[in-house]
Design a protein around this ligand. Sequence first.
Ligand code: ZN
Length: 262
Amino acid sequence: TVDPSTLCPYCDNPLPSSPSPTLRTLLETMAKKSYPDPRPTNVLGRKAPFSTFISVCQRHRFESDILPEAKSKGWPSAIDWKKLAGRIEKLKPKLQLLIDDDSDDGPRARSSAWNEIMELVKEKGSRAATGVKDQFLNFEKTQPGYYGELGSIIIHQTLYDLFPPTSIDVESIAPLGAEEFLQRVLFPEVALRLVMEDQRLKGNSGRREALKILRDSSVYGVAMFPAEQSAEGKYGSGKLGGPSSTRGSGMHGNTKGRLERW
Ligand SMILES: [Zn+2]
């Protein structure tokens, strides 16, 4: 039989074996807003409105499932946000080459983001380039892997400072416009290079590895480093963050869907 003290009092699923201080505080706070509701699945069960306990359940799921994966794969639990803009600024010469160098073996030709878009343009033909542009705008917003939503905001801001859209020579990036090029090519390139730096990856195999990390770690990034920081203030470590019911994101949507079925 299961020790009921190891179960979540609200959803009866197992709690992480060593809950973080954040989770313990959430559980204590929630205990005051709920009342005992012993049930066969959990004699220590408690009852509260769904909207009040959802943050507890999201947090313990995050700590039992997503956090261990992040740790085992070496994704950072803290990022030096104050240094991030500076790191991106240092990439400027390389990013400039993506705009200027349209040779077949240049940096742009090695960008998988650029190649994917060009494939799409080829598929759709020259038929209504504007239609293709609309599709780009409707694509799910690119996530910079474990840099999360907070990273996404800083990367965008810094890119727009470094390359104001009006300063980009659109002839060299046709058929894309400046905004699309910034969002669909330069943004993923920055995320890729940041991950390569973090993980000390080099060369083409390093690029492929970094691309995989970006894709695998985006759920973690959104949960760990949401756009709205907690009371810790701006650009906090995110350690006290984690998913909360007020933070809009794909992660939140999925988790909520699962919770509602319990
Ligand atoms: Zn729960």
